[in-house]
Write a protein that binds this ligand. Structure first.
Ligand code: CA
Length: 468
């Protein structure tokens, strides 16, 4: 045995080339992962094994299995870790990037608008300071008793109910006691006038505005696009939509075309629209109105009015509002391209705007709701960029003094029946301090407003109009 092994070893050492052909030393892990050495020698008598296999094949198979298991595990882990989620992650990142870019653009636009507004306010402040200086340097006219609030009333435009008190002739000479007595007399007269105003009564007809309730909040919007906008219910709805349907348009951005419909107020509060309409042409401002199954709005960067029929989802008519300023020419005081404001009341459809001819004063026009023709126009004495918003009730135009003061007033009313306007001071609250839209709904006798991401409404009290 020893002799045989020695001879084999000698043969191996003496003929290395031959030995490599005939013998081999294998090293490899076994199935348990332990290192295993295998030494094989070619059979001197058999040309081939009776069956495939043997230690070499087993070693190869063991290593192959091990390798396959390792590869499968690696591939499996890699696939599990990356393959299915990679496209999702990419899409999410892209979406987040797009969202961030969109919001950045909106914020940029908002910043520019605020800068313009700041500049306008600075100019107005300078003007007021100059005016104050010039008033200070002027001697006081002896025939003008000081009536509290008279300056405010004059500044707001229109004839004041107390203006005759200020124009009273000097009946008592020029003594200093005149002022006291005239003031006393004027005050008594004013007091008498005030006490003569009847207490608000229950009145169900088409009346004058006597009070506005605190706002009721229905929804807070959830993105920067909802900073300002317009929401409404159709006071005279048409099939397929009923009276409960609520409509909403977020108007931040340059391409405003989405109209959202909610089945009712509850769905609006929850934020679940049942209808999304893509308008054929973008709109501008917050002056859109809903009436008799159509959305009325101002086409972007134009004085063109569009009537969009909701049933057919088509433009039913379009027409230019003659001479109307647009795209920042005569907006309300907060800006936002609110040049053309459409309104609905018991009598129909109206447009509130201004023209170069009116030199920025509010113009009120009655529109034919079918073809958008102007049927009649009235020019008021109130500057459009001096008021925050406007609405129409029973053929009377009302303006709101401030869009940002928490406690402001409905400060002016223009009656289209008498073609006369006068100042008012009906308290009005901007709860969220940035009111971008106020409109009247004649069926619900409420105001709908959009105040700094909040969709709110106000209850109203209307009183018996004074006898003509
Ligand atoms: Ca309005």
């Amino acid at each position: 045995m020893f002799l045989l092994l020695s001879l084999a070893l000698l043969g191996f050492l003496a003929r290395p080339g031959d030995a490599q052909d005939r013998a081999a030393l294998w090293r490899g892990n076994d199935r348990a992962g332990r290192c295993q050495y295998t030494f094989t020698v070619a059979s001197p008598s058999e040309a081939s094994c009776p069956r495939a296999g043997g230690p070499e094949m087993e070693g190869v198979q063991a290593r192959l299995s091990l390798l396959e298991a390792t590869v499968a595990r690696l591939v499996g882990e890699g696939a599990a870790a990356s393959a299915p989620s990679a496209p999702d992650a990419g899409a999410e990142i892209r979406e987040a990037l797009n969202r961030a870019l969109g919001e950045r653009n909106l914020l940029q636009g908002e910043k520019e608008r605020l800068e313009r507004e700041q500049e306008a306010l600075r100019r107005r402040l300078e003007e007021m300071l100059r005016e104050t200086e010039s008033l200070r340097s002027r001697p006081c006219p002896p025939q003008t008793p000081a009536v509290p609030g008279a300056d405010i009333m004059r500044a707001a435009g229109g004839s004041s109910p107390v203006s005759h008190l200020m124009a009273r002739p000097n009946r008592q000479g020029d003594s200093s006691s005149w002022r006291d007595s005239a003031w006393q007399e004027g005050f008594q007269e004013l007091k008498a006038e005030v006490t003569e105003v009847p207490a608000p009564e229950e009145y169900t007809g088409c009346g004058v505005l006597t009070s506005v309730s605190e706002p009721v909040t229905h929804r807070k919007t959830d993105s920067i696009a909802g900073k300002y906008g317009v929401w409404m219910q159709d006071p005279e709805p048409m099939a397929p939509y009923g009276p409960d349907m609520v409509w909403r348009i977020d108007t931040v951005g340059s391409e405003v075309r989405q109209l959202y419909g909610y089945q009712n107020m509850e769905q609006l509060s929850k934020g679940f629209p049942t209808k999304v309409v893509l308008l054929p042409e973008a709109l501008e401002g917050t002056g859109a109105a809903m009436y008799r199954g159509s959305l009325y709005y101002q086409r972007r960067r134009s004085r063109t009015l569009i009537r969009f029929d909701l049933a057919s989802e088509r433009v039913a008519s379009r027409r230019e509002l003659p001479h109307a300023g647009f795209h920042g020419q005569f907006p309300y005081s907060w800006g936002g391209y609110t040049d053309i404001d459409l309104a609905v009341d018991e009598r129909g459809l109206w447009a509130v705007y201004s023209t170069s001819k009116a030199k920025g004063a509010v113009v009120l026009s009655r529109l034919d709701p079918h073809d958008l023709r102007v049927t009649k126009s009235w020019e008021t004495t109130v500057r459009k960029n001096g008021v925050a918003n406007a609405f129409v009730i029973c053929g009377r135009l009302y303006t709101v003094a401030s869009y940002s003061a928490a406690n402001t007033t409905v400060n002016y009313m223009y009656d289209t029946d008498s073609s006369r306007g006068h100042v008012l001071a009906v308290p009005f609250q901007n709860k969220y301090r940035y009111n971008s839209m106020i409109d009247y709904n004649p069926t619900q006798k409420k105001l709908f407003a959009w105040d700094n991401f909040h969709l709110v409404s106000y209850d109203l009290k209307l009183g018996r109009p004074p006898a003509a």
